[in-house]
Design a protein around this ligand. Sequence first.
Ligand SMILES: Nc1ncnc2c1ncn2[C@@H]1O[C@H](COP(=O)(O)OP(=O)(O)OP(=O)(O)O)[C@@H](O)[C@H]1O
Length: 263
Amino acid sequence: MNATREPLIRIRGLTNRFGEHRVHEDLDLDLYPGEILGVVGGSGTGKSVLLRSIVGLKRPSTGGIEVFGQDLRRLPAPARSRVERRFGVLFQRGALFTSLTVQENVALPLIEHLGLPRPDAETLARAKLALAGLPGKAAIQYPAELSGGMIKRAALARALALDPEVLFLDEPTAGLDPIAAAAFDRLILTLRDALGLSVFLVTHDLDTLHTACDRVAVLSRGRVLVADRLDVVAATDDDWIQAYFHGPRGRAARRAAHPVEEP
Ligand SMILES: Nc1ncnc2c1ncn2[C@@H]1O[C@H](COP(=O)(O)OP(=O)(O)OP(=O)(O)O)[C@@H](O)[C@H]1O
């Protein structure tokens, strides 16, 4: 499919450093329309920094990030923020405001960015919460009153508030029990199909890679080592990849996803 389609996001020669510490070095990566791209790598390989660079929270040291055919470095601030409004981001710990109810959290971007009156914003917020699979009564609860899985769904509803075209998820299933994690993976797939989203998904979760991702990109030593279908990635001759995909957890995730293939 990639040969015929232009990427939505094209990253070329990206370098990110903090002082002397180079996190990314000449990194290339594409995100194609409609795909769910899983981004994996050892701890500290720069997955979150990469996500933050794309969504405009970290200015790259060098290199280019083209989004919807526009080079983000060359865009003046207002045009850049129009592009960024086409992104929805779910941060690692949800990042909800604890002093606001769930529906107020989701309504906030609608009030701030679209200037909607509060009642309209809250009506729309309740629709987004339903889309994210939350029961109606969760709308008037505070984040502290919700389970981990419900917080993720509330944060997802907020990420969907402005009808984004690209969804960025930073370890969405971290901290969830396996049943809640599997339900969240299914929700991502359903939303991608229903809303035509493209998804950039940072994860350590092997089950997510097997069940939800069309392609997987592996970050290692500052670059993308390989970005391809999971079976191709898992066959790549690299120590980290072999340990990750073919260790006990990797084998269990593969068996769960393809129960008839392996004894
Ligand atoms: N604001 C910052 N200032 C200095 N160093 C930073 C900053 N943000 C990230 N780093 C460093 O950049 C490197 C990559 O961090 P990042 O959070 O992207 O890793 P990651 O691959 O997402 O890790 P994990 O899987 O553990 O979440 C780490 O060494 C981290 O310490």
